[in-house]
Design a protein around this ligand. Structure first.
Ligand code: GDP
Ligand code: ZN
Length: 478
């Protein structure tokens, strides 16, 4: 069934986790029959059941009852009548005892009383369809729920407050003005002064710059949403596991003095300036006859190949050794990044670890390695020296140096970025038409195209396909 067409039904869903451990669960009911359904499933304490009318923004205490009138839970009922609700429809929430069973029975009672189970994101879809928020804000609701770090949540909140929607509506306003000027001249070109073409070109350039600025937030947004996979590679005993331990502050990796103990790929998570980072500690990559270790080596190579960033660790006291060179060749090939023998796709960073042992000895890197590593950082897993440099270098390599400085606001997601890119292209086409001196009415075609795609960002005039794609990513109950 298409999502957007049946705002008529009343929907119901569990909106809390429904876990065994929670103290309270919440069932939300939204739609034109929410009040009748509440009257069927709820008996307010100390009142007559049959003429009870919930008032908006009020909480009632009483019993939840099933279709046979049997009490199934003691609940709180919260009424939010239209338009003072999340969906702008009549919304009833029933706060049940936690643990899952009570909530399931109350939900079933609501459905027997006439509601239908809500689809993923359907409450937010209704909030969008009823004008409570634009599409970019609705998408930030999802980002907020799925945020893995406080910074990601802050960014989603900024988006929810309407940052991008505001920008887009300003851009569209400007475009409409330009269009009106052009069309006035198409209609009555004798009465008006001639078009100030240089000013028009300037206006369009300014609009393009605003779009570019919005697009620049996309990398940051991706990082906050998806995080980074970082593979730590290097020969045995350079301190990969120790580094991972001090970097994450956990002790999940096994650290020993015997070369080759980290046989499998170990994972640990940490957060750097709000970016969720998964560290993969790989086995020392080197040719080995031991089959168990060999397996680990293959996994390491695969992990490095799949990682967003590869961190190669060498021992500061030993400098760059032949073994390091072998690992380098195994991962980046003899011809380095971009060549067919290169297995690593992401940027690479060199960590010179055990700096506490080495003093200030200069590391002699082969030329190809020098070109491959985009940053070189000195660390000590023991004293924790250099770890902040490692954080900053990693973020810079990943393309979000501003996160290190703490500058986070809303960001555009892939869908929004795609529309913004098309708007930018359409504006570029206007610029070209002007430069090529084609007739005025051709300019307006591309201006209109830009106006339309900008509308897609905020959800104006988008079809069901787009809405389906956006809201199917939500969980049920949101
Ligand atoms: P891996 O095989 O690369 O994972 O290396 P480990 O983390 O197992 O470390 C090998 C040895 O080097 C252990 O004895 C660590 O205590 C020691 N080690 C690791 N990092 C440092 C460091 O920064 N400074 C010093 N002095 N020793 C280190
Ligand atoms: Zn290790």
């Amino acid at each position: 069934t298409p999502l957007a067409t049946d705002g008529e039904d009343t929907i119901a869903s569990l909106v809390t986790g429904g876990s065994r451990s929670g103290a309270v669960d919440i069932i939300r009911v939204s739609g034109s029959e929410a009040v009748q359904i509440a009257q069927r499933v709820f008996w307010p304490q100390g009142r007559f059941r049959f003429n009870w009318q919930p008032r908006s923004q009020r909480i009632y205490h009483g019993s939840a009852i099933d279709s046979s009138g049997r009490m199934i839970d003691e609940v709180l009922l919260l009424a939010m009548l239209r338009p003072r609700s999340y969906t702008r429809e009549d919304v009833i929430e029933l706060h049940t005892h936690g643990g899952g069973v009570c909530a399931q029975r109350v939900l079933r009672a609501c459905i027997e009383a006439g509601a239908r189970p809500a689809r993923p994101g359907e409450f937010t879809l209704r909030a969008f369809l009823n004008g409570r928020m634009d599409l970019s804000q609705a998408e930030n609701v999802l980002q907020l729920i799925s945020a893995r770090t406080a910074t990601a949540a802050d960014s989603a909140l900024a988006g929810l407050a309407g940052g991008l929607g505001q920008l887009v509506s300003e851009l569209r306003g400007d475009l409409l003005e330009i269009l009106a000027e052009l069309e006035a001249r198409l209609d009555f070109d004798d009465d008006l002064p001639p078009m100030d073409v240089p000013a028009l070109v300037e206006d369009i350039t300014v609009l393009q710059r605003d779009i570019e600025a919005a697009l620049r937030t996309s990398r940051q947004g991706n990082l906050l949403r998806q995080g980074l996979q970082v593979a730590i590679v290097g020969r045995p005993n350079v301190g990969k596991s120790s580094l991972m331990n001090s970097w994450t502050g956990t002790n999940r990796a096994i650290v020993t003095d015997i070369a080759g103990t980290t046989r499998d790929v170990l994972e640990a998570g940490l957060t750097v300036s709000g970016v969720p980072i998964t560290l993969l500690d790989t086995a020392g990559i080197r040719s080995s006859c031991d089959t168990v270790e060999q397996l680990g080596v293959e996994r390491s190579t695969a992990a490095a190949a799949a990682a967003d960033v590869v961190v190669m660790v060498v021992d500061a006291a030993a400098g760059w050794t032949d073994d390091d060179g072998e690992i380098f060749d195994a991962l980046w090939g003899r011809d380095g990044p971009g060549s067919s023998s290169c297995k690593v796709r992401g940027p690479a960073l060199l960590v010179v670890n055990k700096s506490d042992l080495a003093g200030t000895k200069q590391l002699q890197l082969p030329l190809l390695a020098k070109e491959t590593f985009q940053a070189v950082v000195q660390t000590s897993a023991v004293t924790r020296d250099g770890l902040p440099d490692l954080d900053a270098a990693l973020l810079k390599l990943a393309g979000a140096p501003q996160l290190a400085a703490g500058g986070v606001s809303w960001s555009v997601n892939e869908r929004q970025a795609e529309a913004l890119i098309r708007a930018h292209e359409a504006l570029g086409a206007v610029g070209e038409s002007i430069a090529a001196d084609v007739p005025l009415d051709c300019w307006t075609v591309d201006l209109r195209a830009a106006l339309l795609v900008l509308g897609e960002v905020s959800g104006e005039g988008v079809g069901e396909e787009v809405l389906d794609a956006v809201f199917s990513k939500f969980c049920i109950g949101k």
